[in-house]
Design a protein. Structure first.
Length: 130
């Protein structure tokens, strides 16, 4: 079976990048019409230059925000997912350690409590205590 998973972060990036390109083009067209109606020489060149500058100015903070989303959200989701996969295959010794003070940390802590409970129950079953 082929694995064609797409990252949520990649999907968000494509949407934001597409939106920024459309917005920059829109601003460039407006600048062109404003400059050409005012009789400014090289209106098209100035509009293209403003479009490029706006695009670059927009993409720098977007890249930084994307990096922060990856560091603080996506990496935690991947850690929880990895732990779920390990435990689902029977590895009850796989510990998940996520630090923070957010909902994803709460989810990881809840999962860890569940894993410990399952491990304790399995150990008691193996010893014949249950």
């Amino acid at each position: 079976m082929e694995n064609n998973k797409r990252s949520v972060l990649a999907a968000i990036s494509y949407i934001v990048f597409g939106g920024s390109v459309i917005s920059s083009l829109f601003v460039g067209i407006l600048v062109y019409f404003l400059l050409s109606s005012s009789g400014v020489d090289d209106a098209l060149l100035k509009a293209i230059l403003s479009t490029v500058i706006i695009q670059v100015a927009f993409l720098i903070p977007v890249f930084l925000i994307r990096s922060m989303i990856n560091k603080y959200i996506v990496s935690k989701i991947k850690d929880v997912s990895r732990a779920l996969q390990e435990v689902s295959t029977g590895n009850l010794d796989y510990e998940i350690k996520i630090e923070g003070n957010d909902e994803l940390t709460e989810l990881a802590e809840s999962f860890e409590r569940m894993r410990i409970s399952m491990k304790t129950i399995m150990e008691k079953l193996e010893e014949g205590e249950v």
